[in-house]
Design a binder for this molecule. Structure first.
Ligand SMILES: NC(=O)c1ccc[n+]([C@@H]2O[C@H](COP(=O)([O-])OP(=O)(O)OC[C@H]3O[C@@H](n4cnc5c(N)ncnc54)[C@H](OP(=O)(O)O)[C@@H]3O)[C@@H](O)[C@H]2O)c1
Length: 257
């Protein structure tokens, strides 16, 4: 691997690391040399993943996290700094969906849960992370948002998930503008559809084969399709990138969804 893509000496915190992308990213980033801090509510799952990484020769720590609870967010970031002395990269990955519902079908609880988890938490985490980067005189930082191609192109029944992702992409750009003065870069990945608990309701439905045909590359994504892009954003290989949103979707946003 080209040296710029290595993460030796870097500490990376990943929210939503108990399953799906976050669980996968933890291994990819640890393999590239990072010390990884895994956060999620399902403590046993992050503890198991951390143990797997440590057994394989990496360095990982699991730390219980509810991104909708400000005290839990603070404890998560504080733990990374107290254990490792720094936190080079924060990956705001935790996310939920409301099921295949339209705006007439969701209720206020759905709205609050999705918007608070996918959008508000990214601000709360990024704000506290910035404060701690400054307090520890770290000299800079790196925030990665896991948005989605639904930020700009969506289908019926993704309310309010698509709204949260549209906001998250916009937050990436606005934070990039405001955080540059602290030498903190802010970028986003916008994946297409990859089978996890978030996408299962669509990708395992009868409509999935037809939907898949609408992707120019004629397949849904796989976890490994995200490996290069996440390493790019987490590493010094992207040192002049901020405010960028990278679609990883087999060309899906080039077609009508
Ligand atoms: N799969 C796709 O096709 C796709 C495409 C584009 C973007 N994304 C985005 O990718 C991200 C990861 O999702 P995924 O597809 O990997 O689905 P997933 O397997 O369901 O993972 C979601 C993660 O978010 C965590 N989470 C949810 N609420 C949380 C909370 N309050 N506090 C802390 N963690 C919380 C979950 O952990 P706990 O339940 O243990 O807390 C879980 O680890 C999400 O932001 C999703 O929107 C997914």
């Amino acid at each position: 691997m080209t040296a710029e893509f290595r993460l030796d000496g870097k500490v990376v915190a990943i929210t939503g690391a108990s399953s799906g992308f976050g669980h996968h990213f933890a291994g990819v980033l640890a393999d590239a040399g990072a010390t990884v801090v895994l956060g999620a509510r399902r403590e046993e799952k992050i503890a198991d993943r951390a143990a797997e990484i440590n057994d394989a020769g990496g360095t990982a720590m699991a730390c219980s996290l509810d991104v909708c609870d400000k005290e839990s967010v603070k404890a998560f970031i504080d733990r990374a700094f107290s254990q490792f002395g720094r936190l080079d990269v924060l990956i705001n990955n935790a996310g939920v969906e409301a099921g295949a519902k339209t705006y007439t079908m969701i209720d206020e609880d759905d709205w609050d849960r999705v918007i608070d988890t996918n959008l508000k938490s990214a601000w709360v985490l990024s704000k506290y992370y910035t404060e701690q980067v400054l307090a520890h005189e770290q000299g800079g930082g790196n925030i990665i948002m896991i948005s989605s191609i639904t930020d700009t192109r969506t289908i019926k029944g993704q309310f309010p998930y698509a709204i949260s992702k549209g906001g998250l992409t916009r937050m990436t750009e606005v934070l990039a503008l405001e955080a540059a003065r602290y030498n903190i870069r802010v970028n986003a990945l916008a994946p297409g559809y990859i089978l996890t608990d978030v996408s299962r309701i669509l990708l395992e439905s009868d409509a999935a084969p037809d939907f898949e045909k609408g992707i120019p590359m004629r397949r849904f994504g796989e976890f490994k399709d995200l490996d290069g892009p996440i390493l790019l954003l987490a590493s010094d290989a992207s040192s002049y990138m901020t405010g960028s949103v990278i679609a990883v979707d087999g060309g899906h946003i080039c077609a009508s969804l």
